[in-house]
Design a protein around this ligand. Structure first.
Ligand SMILES: [Fe+2]
Length: 287
């Protein structure tokens, strides 16, 4: 808690995702968490405005990018990790249960045997409690499944990046109805996050601006514990499962789930067809 990383959030309007640059206050080392590749899905066109913004900020400050971290395999946006890595270096890391996600979606997308389901597309696979360095800071990964099996919360000094476990207090929690998701498991993971010190800063992966308020992505453990609409005020596991399950019944599939999954299970690489051309599939009636 004594280390206070410098944190900048970059909101992506198209997918309501927040990407972060996390800087070690005692060196020029930095990490990027949850980058976004822009896609015009209707046109099958990808661009890199959002990633370029992160890259120019890293360059402007003369930072050394050590890590490009995915809190999980996102279903609502495509990762720009390989593009950023090519420009700035750094290791691409995700939770080791990405192997389960690769197994599940490998079947749905009829990926052939050439698609490895061992996480080898990533440079590092985080396990529960695993520590790693960003400059002089020691960070640790905490397994927080429920939204997906591979979800990790990253604790870096006095800050925790919760991925899709919690949203801001007025937003509640992330959905738990994707393949491999589970509301009870998500509740247990949220309790792990809420057992961190009360003053710990929490950084969200998404904000959907409930009630039309302005965008927000930072809160604290104490705030979430007291006020979170799905878990705050000591809500029980049973209450949470009921709230979460009812809410999930009302949610449509994310607009970009089909391209996102295919790219994100490959650490942000776009699949290629037998001619070597970048190509995405649409499985019919399988999701
Ligand atoms: Fe997600």
């Amino acid at each position: 808690m004594s280390v206070k990383p410098e944190i900048q959030g970059f909101y992506d309007e198209a997918t309501a995702t927040i990407s972060y640059i996390v800087k070690d206050p005692t060196s020029n080392a930095a990490a990027i968490i949850d980058s976004v590749m822009d896609i015009d899905y209707a046109a099958g066109r990808i661009t890199f405005e959002h990633a370029d913004m992160l890259i120019s900020e890293i360059e402007r400050q003369g930072l050394k990018l050590e890590w490009i971290i995915e809190t999980h395999a996102h279903a609502d946006h495509l990762s720009a990790a390989p593009y950023i890595q090519e420009k700035l270096g750094g290791k691409i890391g995700i939770g080791e249960n990405i192997k389960i996600v690769q197994e599940v979606f490998g079947k749905i997308f009829n990926e052939g045997t050439e698609f490895q389901r061992d996480g080898s597309q990533f440079d590092a696979l985080f396990t529960d409690g695993m520590t790693y360095k960003i400059g002089n800071m020691t960070a640790f990964a905490m397994h927080t499944p429920g939204h997906t099996p591979a979800c990790m919360t990253h604790v870096i000094g006095d800050a925790a990046f919760v991925g899709d476990t919690l949203f801001m207090p007025d937003g509640g929690s992330a959905r738990a109805d994707f393949p491999g998701g589970d509301a009870g498991t998500l509740y247990d993971s949220i309790q792990k996050v809420l057992s961190l010190p009360g003053e710990m800063r929490l950084f969200m992966c998404h904000d959907y601006m409930p009630g039309g308020r302005e965008v927000k992505w930072e809160t604290t453990v104490a705030e979430e514990k007291a006020n979170n609409i799905h878990v705050g005020g000591g809500k029980t596991r049973e209450e949470f499962i009921r709230i979460r399950t009812e809410r999930d019944k009302t949610l449509k599939m994310p607009t970009l789930i089909i391209p996102s999954i295919q790219v994100n299970i490959r650490a942000g690489h776009i699949p290629t067809d037998q001619h070597g051309d970048k190509m995405l599939k649409v499985p019919v009636n399988k999701l």
